[in-house]
Design a protein around this ligand. Sequence first.
Ligand SMILES: Nc1ncnc2c1ncn2[C@@H]1O[C@H](COP(=O)(O)OP(=O)(O)OP(=O)(O)O)[C@@H](O)[C@H]1O
Length: 235
Amino acid sequence: MSSLIELNDISYGYRAGQNVLDRVSLTLDPGERLFLAGPNGAGKSTLLRILVGLIKPHAGEIRAFGTPRVTDAEFHDLRCRVGFIVQDPDDQLFCPTVIEDIAFGPLNLGASREEALAIVDEVLDQLHLKHLRERITHELSGGEKRLVSVAAVLAMKPDVLLLDEPTNALDEENLRRLEEILIGLPQAMILVSHDPHFRRKLATRIIELRTGKVLQLPDKKCTASERANQAETAS
Ligand SMILES: Nc1ncnc2c1ncn2[C@@H]1O[C@H](COP(=O)(O)OP(=O)(O)OP(=O)(O)O)[C@@H](O)[C@H]1O
């Protein structure tokens, strides 16, 4: 079985002489929910941005869906298949209304207006968010914006999901709802989260970044008790 995503020896620094990432490698296989753990500033978000081509690494190779990704066209193709839920929903949602925000992706991928609206209703139903359908986006609470940003990415029917701190701003009820939604999704995903409970519940594998290097990379899937131990010890 080949990996969906492969990062090989990725190095990057924002400034000369600074290495945020130092020869980091990882793979994502079908069905995995891989967590990136590690302290603030370890380079977790930077790694996700590199994966989708928003930042070019100084060294290393990115492969996705069996193909090396180097050119802008190759990363554009990758971004059509990898849904990226960024840390701040305000960076993701830019349309006046919830309907337009969720329809934006499908329309951009070539869906008709009618098809896009059908997808909007499908994902709002899937996420139990129908009550937000007619709302103005900037009037939503932080937690509501977070869930709508998840809906907007799912509407593009990605093959892989990247979620950067998806539990930020969620209350207990919506956190549980997001956990159930993510566990129920067929897509493989890479998640960044400092929340040990969330990691314990969802992770099939956890790797830890520290000062730009991968500290531990278990070469097998976690058992339930290993998952619990890793989630407790990873910061
Ligand atoms: N646009 C930027 N310009 C300069 N330095 C940056 C930029 N973005 C991030 N950095 C720096 O790169 C390092 C890694 O940041 P990154 O956001 O990837 O870490 P992180 O592990 O996701 O942190 P956190 O857990 O706090 O979200 C930090 O030292 C950060 O200050």
